[in-house]
Design a protein around this ligand. Structure first.
Ligand code: ACO
Length: 427
């Protein structure tokens, strides 16, 4: 079939075939193709959504060419230095940094929703002990919809805020319990005298029979990890949440869908994959072999933690996290050989034509695994930590979508299957 082309011309005038252009406050403009099919019987084809703006959003801005990430206008570096995760969650959900009174009220709301219903804890026993924590989290968060369905009205703004706060508040215990269950330890409850990150640490690593003293350097590093991972505009998991939410589904079910999407190695699972890769490389001498494999098109091996769909310069989060990794290792007096391999790998890859040409730079996951490992997190919990943080972003997008819903999301397709045929012709 001969390829046909349509020429799009940018014009100041509205003509028969013209489509309006929508400008954002920052970033590229978009051709509004909502009437394309009705007017021209043409669909837009963009698998992978490389050129598709699926919605308008006022939450997060990413400029991948310049390496800029803003939450509600604030640069990620400033938030990582001066803010904390709960304040960032408030900012993402409500649009502004809280006043001291708003912060106090929000802390109280998080503190009053951070326990899990005791019946929810009994769900864990249904899972195999060796189940991946992300598999458990998909199940448990989805199951929460059975607890908070009839009692909430998603048309009510107040109910929506309560559901969003509940999710942010409960996620640390949900994640921690998926780990403690796997190692057969009793689960500790949240302690409202502790901040969000410290609470997560004590629920992960503490036992009921002895006092757990939180290391403030580790708590701060974890808080920074949470801030850096809190949102990243329309990534795969957030788009999944929005798509699920567009049908009016229960918010807990929508967030469970986001967790499922995050789990994959091309997305949130990359931090776990990075560490596995560094272990497989094993020593600095093996790096050239690994680089050669990553460049070989016949080999499925990729340098995990390198490349990003949006960042084609550098990922601003990777610098912050690299600094935190060095700080925590120095504080703990640990000399992780994997950090040495990672730093050499980064240095060699950044000078290599293949990576330069394709604009492949270390992303946030390249160092987050090393940092989490130094803090004592088992590898299969890395993506679960990411899920705790990203819940703030997911619920913010869920809230935004509920306010400006354009109806159910329903992409179209280009059908490439069989044309009409009849059962009577079956061979
Ligand atoms: N190692 C080697 N080559 C790579 C890598 C990599 N990590 N990433 C991309 N490439 C190559 C591709 O083979 C392709 O080469 P070609 O043009 O010769 O065919 C080119 O770079 C473009 O790659 P795409 O896959 O088209 O880039 P895309 O934007 O679709 O993918 C992604 C981005 C999925 C992140 C990819 O770079 C990757 O798989 N990286 C490793 C996994 C990873 O770290 N994921 C975490 C993402 S960050 C996050 O979720 C928080």
């Amino acid at each position: 079939m001969a390829t046909k082309y349509v020429n799009a011309v940018l014009s100041e005038q509205q003509g028969d075939g013209s489509l309006p252009v929508i400008d954002g406050v920052l970033g590229p403009s978009a051709v509004d193709i909502q009437t394309l099919y009705a007017r021209h019987s043409l669909l837009a084809f963009d698998p992978g959504f490389r050129s598709t703006a699926a919605c308008k959003s006022a939450i997060t801005f990413v400029d991948g060419d310049k390496g800029i990430l803003l939450y509600r206008g604030y640069p990620i570096e400033e938030l990582a230095e001066h803010s904390d995760f709960v304040e960032v969650a408030y900012l993402l959900m409500r649009g502004e940094l809280p006043t001291p009174l708003q912060r106090k009220n929000f802390d109280e709301a998080v503190g009053s929703h951070n326990l899990l219903h005791e019946q929810v804890l009994s769900f864990y026993r249904g899972f195999r002990r060796d189940a991946h924590p992300m598999a458990v989290m998909v199940g448990v968060v989805g199951a929460l919809s059975a607890f908070y369905h009839d009692v909430m009205n998603i048309r009510d703004a107040n109910d929506r805020q309560i559901a969003a706060t509940r999710l942010v508040a409960k996620m640390p215990m949900i994640a921690a319990a998926s780990y403690t269950y796997s190692v057969g330890r009793p689960q500790r409850y949240p302690n409202n005298k502790l901040d969000y990150a410290s609470n997560f640490l004590q629920m992960m690593f503490g036992t009921p029979n002895r006092e757990y003293i939180v290391d403030p350097v580790l708590a701060r590093a974890l808080d920074v990890i949470f801030i850096l991972h809190a949102d990243h505009e329309q990534n795969a998991s957030t788009s999944t949440v929005r798509l699920a939410a567009s049908s009016g589904a229960n918010p807990f079910a929508c967030i469970a869908a986001g967790i499922a999407s995050l789990w994959g190695p091309a997305h949130g699972g990359a931090n776990e994959a990075v560490l596995k890769m560094l272990m497989e490389i094993g020593s600095v001498e093996n790096i050239p072999k690994a680089i050669a494999r990553a460049k070989d098109k016949g080999d499925a091996f990729r340098l995990m933690g390198f490349g990003h769909r949006i960042y084609k310069n550098f990922d601003p989060r990777s610098r912050v996290i690299q600094a935190q990794a060095k700080k925590v290792l120095a504080h703990l007096g640990k000399d992780d050989p994997l950090l040495e391999i990672a730093m050499h790998l980064e240095e060699i890859a950044l000078k290599d034509e293949y990576f330069i040409e394709r604009k492949l730079y270390p992303n946030v996951d390249f160092y987050s695994g090393i940092l989490l490992r130094a803090m004592g997190f088992p590898m299969n919990m890395f993506t679960a930590v990411f899920a705790v943080a990203r819940t703030a972003g997911w619920v913010s997008h869920w809230l935004e979508l509920q306010e400006e819903s354009h109806g159910i999301d329903r992409p179209r397709q280009i059908y490439v299957g069989k044309t009409l045929r009849h059962y009577s012709e079956k061979k």
